[in-house]
Design a protein around this ligand. Structure first.
Ligand code: SF4
Ligand code: SF4
Ligand code: FES
Length: 240
C-alpha cells in the first residue's frame, strides 16, 4: 500500500500574517493528521484549517480550473489542488505568491496582475457587422489558439517572473502577454495593429528577458515565452 492510502502526519511551515494582529509576518510550524482520502496539498490545507481556523487562503474548484489556490510551495509557484501532498519534501513550506502585496497569510492582492491583464483588451474586437449565424474560423485558424486560450489566470507565471517583480506597474507580465497574443492570433479580431502599438514600449513587452521561469511553473503547461517571442516577431516583421 502506498503512503497516499493511509492516515499519516504531515509537517508544515506556513507564512502567517494578519495585519490586524501581527506586527510582522512569521513562519508557523504546524503538523496535521491526514486521512487516507487526502491526496492533494489542498486537502491537507483544508484539514489544517479545521485545526487552526485562523489560516487564510483562497480556493474554489479544487481541480485546476479556477486558479485561485496558487501559492509558493517549497519555493516554487503552483496550485495546491493539483499538487500531490505526498510528493513534497517536509516540512512543506507554504508562502504567498511572491511579488504581490499580502492581504493575509496566503492571500495576495491580485489588483496589479488583473490591471495588466485588462490593459491588453482581453476580448475580440470586431466592428464589422456579424454574419447571420456566427463569425467562422477554419480548423487551422482555430488551431492557432491552442495553448493560448487555456490560461486560468492563476498568476503562478507572472509572480515567478523577475521582470514582473521589478516593474509590476509597467511590464504586462507573462500571463497578460500570453493573453495579448491569444487575441492577436485570433483571425476574428480586427485590432492586430493597435494591439502591437499598445505593447511597443521599452517596458510593456520588452522587459521580458526570456528567463523562462513562467514556462517552468505554469500548471496548465502553457508557454508564455513562446507567445512573447511571436509578438516580438510580428513587431519586427511590420517594422521592415
Ligand atoms: S520568459 Fe519573460 S515573461 Fe517569462 S519569466 Fe522570463 S522574463 Fe518573465
Ligand atoms: S499562463 Fe499558466 S501560470 Fe500563467 S496565469 Fe495562465 S495558467 Fe497560470
Ligand atoms: S482550487 Fe481552483 S485551481 Fe485549485
Amino acid at each position: 500500500m502506498t503512503t497516499e492510502h493511509v492516515a499519516r502526519t504531515v509537517q508544515f511551515k506556513i507564512y502567517r500574517y494578519d495585519p490586524d494582529k501581527d506586527a510582522a509576518p512569521y513562519m508557523q510550524d504546524i503538523s496535521v493528521q491526514l486521512e487516507a482520502t487526502d491526496r492533494k496539498l489542498l486537502d491537507a490545507i483544508v484539514r489544517l484549517k479545521s485545526k487552526d481556523d485562523s489560516l487564510s487562503f483562497r480556493r474554489s474548484c479544487r481541480e485546476g480550473v479556477c486558479g485561485s489556490d496558487a501559492m509558493n510551495i517549497n519555493g516554487k509557484n503552483g496550485l495546491a489542488c493539483l499538487t500531490d501532498v505526498d510528493s513534497l519534501k517536509q516540512p512543506i513550506v507554504l508562502r504567498p505568491l511572491p511579488g504581490l502585496p499580502v492581504i493575509r497569510d496566503l492571500i495576495v492582492d491580485m489588483t496589479q496582475f488583473f490591471k495588466q491583464y485588462h490593459s491588453i483588451k482581453p476580448y475580440v474586437v470586431n466592428n464589422t457587422p456579424p454574419p447571420e449565424r456566427e463569425r467562422l474560423q477554419s480548423p487551422e485558424e482555430r488551431e492557432e489558439l491552442n495553448g493560448l486560450y487555456e490560461c486560468i489566470l492563476c498568476a503562478c507565471c507572472s509572480t515567478a517572473c523577475p521582470s514582473f517583480w521589478w516593474n509590476p506597474d509597467k511590464f504586462v507580465g507573462p500571463a497578460g502577454l500570453l493573453a495579448a497574443y491569444r487575441f492577436i492570433a485570433d483571425t476574428r479580431d480586427e485590432e492586430t495593429n493597435e494591439r502591437l502599438d499598445n505593447l511597443e514600449d521599452p517596458y510593456r513587452l520588452f522587459r521580458c528577458h526570456t528567463i523562462m521561469n513562467c514556462v517552468d511553473v505554469c500548471p496548465k503547461s502553457l508557454n508564455p515565452t513562446k507567445a512573447i517571442g511571436k509578438i516580438k516577431e510580428l513587431m519586427l516583421s511590420r517594422a521592415v
